[in-house]
Design a protein around this ligand. Sequence first.
Ligand code: PNS
Length: 173
Amino acid sequence: MRQKLAVYPGSFDPVTYGHLDVIERALEIFSPLIVAVVDNPNKQPLFSVSERVAMLEEIGSNYPGQLIVEEFKGLLVDFLRRERASFIVRGLRAVSDFELEFMMATMNRKLAPEIDTIFLMTNEEHFYLSSSSVKEVAKLGGNVEGFVPPVVEKKLKEKYGMMPGEVTVQPLE
Ligand code: PNS
């Protein structure tokens, strides 16, 4: 019997240790796992979809044969149907995540009753972590070492043009 396939979708702009925690938990249940990076024309991400995929692929090399990284456009349930996948995996950090996640899971169920959403609670160490807060810290020169894998830290440094942790000092007039 073929094992049921699951998709972990997201923006991953950029991928954080919180996402990795969810990936590792999901791999305990589903292997392989498809990580699906959304290409949303209505959003202006910091990293292009190919950059986000490349970072995840590099991270995926730590899980040989277990992670499949793909990009998708349009409806998530259409992507799952194309991939013949049955489950959507999402991470839940705090109660504040619940409302949006509940809305998305219900909408997806209305669109595709055969697909179910599975929520995995992130480790409490990662409750506070979000891609947007990591970007803000990096942009303002803070150290993001404990928040994102080294490949992402390097990419953030390239984007913002300085070493994470390095603070720019304006020269005196
Ligand atoms: O990491 P994010 O930004 O929370 O991920 C959100 C994502 C990509 C899962 C969600 O925006 C999505 O599924 N987008 C595809 C469009 C879609 O299917 N919308 C209907 C469900 S509300």
